[in-house]
Design a binder for this molecule. Structure first.
Ligand SMILES: Cc1cc2nc3c(=O)[nH]c(=O)nc-3n(C[C@H](O)[C@H](O)[C@H](O)COP(=O)(O)OP(=O)(O)OC[C@H]3O[C@@H](n4cnc5c(N)ncnc54)[C@H](O)[C@@H]3O)c2cc1C
Ligand code: SF4
Ligand code: SF4
Length: 395
């Protein structure tokens, strides 16, 4: 654990104040004082010319890295249905495991997991660690993280991949923190340094302006989360054989959080992250009432409804529909962007769509540079016309 204190060498010069990103230093009576909001980040130390900031950090013991083997994937499931992102991560895990000359495994927690276990094997898992118990029917951060940590401690994987979904984003940091290891969130690329057996975890940094490659050299397992649709799943192979292991774990019963009921989003008829077609609304819809034009077209096409952040921030639709850097990453076969300008943060979430159709009244809108098909005009006229036409043809 680190500690910080101001020594008697402090002159009260205030140079350190600007260096603290958390506003955790005040100068009173010509002496600096560290507030409780200090996170012990250490950023202020070099700002003091008088060496008056005494910061000590105990180096944690490096783990015995050679004891860790294998690539693991957290197999997220809901009501027994494995999330596609788990298959995608198994595809990527298989590639990484081959470079390390090791195996790829899935960890599956839930109730009634028999067919899900088999499905994971057909999608590439050599081993599935299954904890199957009625108490795990609903996802619960505390019990899932506790059990996951128990299994990791028992079998020691060197890499863990987790889907950056609502569940995964909650589970991964809990597990990493208990295991005292690093976690890189929202990776867009994974590679292996075969000599050092290090996972090279690439993700956008500084608002997407540069790509950072992050390593975890001293701790194991190396943990990374990846959003859905970023990696490619393997074609399922029904002939694949794999091992199913039932680890000996204690299932926590005294969790502080109790899941009373799970209510699915009422507005999300089709799962955005897994949709083949998405019709997305941008600020160009003008007012919340016009969202219906987007929804009507989505209904006819059996598509999910997406949105830009502008529409979410305006309160016209729930955050769960947001596509982009701070929303969901999607990769549908067809993405219809309606009144979306094409800001880089929006493109970050949908540019891997197979076909992009843009509807925008401004012919110079940046979205047209990416679009395969562009319709220049008012969406209030174009969308109902498209809906009518598709209704006649397919509906
Ligand atoms: C750190 C950070 C993270 C961000 N994350 C995200 C994110 O995850 N997702 C995201 O979307 N944004 C994100 N943003 C915001 C992003 O920069 C843009 O502000 C946002 O995407 C703009 O949304 P928009 O295209 O709907 O609106 P605008 O940029 O205002 O574009 C509206 C478009 O509609 C067109 N239009 C207007 N009226 C009509 C009409 N009647 N018919 C047809 N077209 C019409 C206009 O010509 C215009 O091109 C983020 C920004 C930051 C700084
Ligand atoms: S800690 Fe150093 S930089 Fe901060 S007020 Fe004291 S002397 Fe100045
Ligand atoms: S250690 Fe970090 S948070 Fe604490 S006072 Fe220094 S800069 Fe601020």
């Amino acid at each position: 654990m680190a500690s910080i204190k101001i020594t008697d060498q402090c002159t009260g010069c205030k140079l350190c104040l600007k260096s603290c990103p958390f506003g955790a230093i005040v100068v009173e009576d010509k002496k600096a004082r560290i507030l409780d909001t200090c996170t012990l980040c250490g950023a202020c130390v070099s700002s003091c010319k008088f060496e008056a900031i005494d910061f000590t950090k105990e180096e944690s013991q490096a783990a015995d890295l050679s004891a860790y083997h294998g690539v693991w994937v957290f197999a997220e499931q809901k009501d027994g249905k494995v999330a596609n992102v788990a298959f995608e991560l198994l595809g990527e895990g298989t590639r990484l495991a081959a470079k390390l000359d090791t195996k790829v495994s899935a960890v599956l927690l839930g109730e009634g997991m028999e067919s899900a276990s088999k499905e994971l094997i057909t999608h590439g898992a050599d081993t599935v660690y299954v904890v199957d118990d009625p108490k795990l029917r609903q996802y619960n951060d505390e019990s899932y993280a506790d059990i996951f940590v128990q299994v990791v401690k028992a079998y020691k994987p060197e890499i863990i991949l987790i889907g950056a979904t609502t569940y995964g984003r909650s589970l991964a940091p809990r597990v990493a923190s208990v295991l005292n290891t690093g976690l890189t969130a929202d990776c867009t690329g994974l590679e292996i340094d075969t000599q050092k057996r290090e996972l090279l975890q690439t993700r956008p940094a500084f608002g997407g302006n540069l790509m950072a490659t992050i390593i975890c050299p001293n701790h194991r397992p190396q943990m990374a989360s990846v959003r859905p649709k970023v990696m490619k799943a393997l074609e399922p192979d029904e002939t694949r054989q794999g091992e199913i292991i039932v680890p000996d774990v204690n299932i926590p019963t005294d969790t502080v959080t109790k899941v009373l009921e799970v209510v699915n989003s009422l507005t999300e008829k089709v799962n955005l992250a897994e949709a083949d077609i998405i019709v997305a609304a941008g600020r160009g819809i003008g007012k919340p009432e016009n969202l219906r034009y987007v929804e009507e077209l989505a209904d006819v096409l059996g598509a999910a409804v997406g949105a830009s952040r502008a529409v979410v921030d305006a309160g016209w639709i729930e955050y769960s529909h947001q596509v982009g850097q701070t929303g969901k990453t999607v990769g549908p076969k067809i993405y219809i962007a309606c009144g979306i300008s094409g800001a880089v943060q929006h493109l970050a979430g949908m540019s891997s769509s197979d076909i992009i159709i843009a509807i925008n009244k401004n012919p110079d809108a940046p979205i047209f540079k990416l679009a395969n098909i562009g319709l220049v005009g008012d969406l209030v006229e174009i969308l109902p016309a498209l809906t009518k036409e598709f209704k006649q043809r397919i509906g």
